[in-house]
Design a protein around this ligand. Structure first.
Ligand SMILES: O=P(O)(O)OC[C@H]1O[C@H](OP(=O)(O)OP(=O)(O)O)[C@H](O)[C@@H]1O
Ligand SMILES: O=c1cc[nH]c(=O)[nH]1
Ligand SMILES: [Mg+2]
Length: 218
């Protein structure tokens, strides 16, 4: 884990993650395979991203004896996929956190200005005390994720972790600056930190447009 002032970034270093990511990058990988690999990768990343998920002590009775264990604390975490591409990460996350609630955010980046526009918001009004996991495969300029995380903090979230497939150094820096004055932790867990953004704001070497590769060009 690399610790910034407020932001913590983890690039998961695991051969299975690297293997799946390599196939995901491959231009020859078709949509069904891209979706399956995204799903598998998210579950692996989510294992690391949920290391700090809050649990409460619980007593359980085995067939032999009562013993102490833990269960997810209340309120349950909120998972927030960012439409469109983040939707491809929801099932993989829900497999690990099946009791989490799910909110939705729709954002799209203007291809010219690279500014993110919010077109859909379906979240609980009050997120006080909630841990939130934001799902978005690509952290490029960081504008989309910053807008989403800001919205969660405005509603009272006190702990936000973003799970991405790829992050650009420019986007990580942007997020670090955007949340430098916030005392709540912001974490980014990603399969890799790539080299840079090109002039069109695409992550290099990247994997192209994640939404298009999951769902087709619209
Ligand atoms: O870090 P940024 O520079 O803001 O870019 C990242 C965003 O761009 C992509 O979404 P896109 O706008 O293509 O929408 P889509 O998911 O509907 O394809 C991607 O899924 C992120 O949400
Ligand atoms: O490389 C990129 C950058 C933004 N959005 C994508 O889908 N891919
Ligand atoms: Mg897209």
């Amino acid at each position: 884990m690399v610790y910034g002032e407020r932001m913590q970034t983890l690039a998961v270093d695991h051969p299975l993650v690297a293997h799946k990511l390599t196939t995901l990058r491959d231009v020859r990988t078709d949509s069904p395979t891209f979706r399956r690999l995204t799903d598998e990768l998210v579950t692996l990343l989510a294992y690391e991203a949920t290391r700090d998920v809050r649990v409460a002590e619980a007593t359980v009775r085995t067939p032999l004896v009562a013993t102490q264990g833990v269960q997810l604390a209340s309120p349950k975490p909120l998972v927030v996929p960012i439409l469109r591409a983040g939707l491809g990460m929801l099932d993989g996350m829900a497999r690990l956190l099946p009791t989490a609630e799910v909110g939705f955010l729709g954002l799209v980046r203007d291809e010219g200005t690279l500014q993110a526009q919010t077109y859909a918001t379906r979240l609980p009004d009050d997120l006080s005390g909630r841990q939130c996991y934001v799902l978005d495969p690509m952290l490029a300029t960081g504008g989309t994720l910053a807008a989403a995380i800001r919205l969660l903090f405005e509603r009272g979230a006190d702990d936000v972790t973003a799970i991405c497939l790829l992050a650009a150094p420019e986007g990580l820096k942007y997020l670090e600056q955007a949340f430098s004055d916030i005392s709540e932790p912001v974490r980014v867990v990603t399969a890799a930190i790539d080299s840079h953004l090109n002039e069109q704001g695409f992550i290099m070497p990247g994997l192209g447009d994640a939404g298009d590769r999951l769902y087709g060009v619209v």
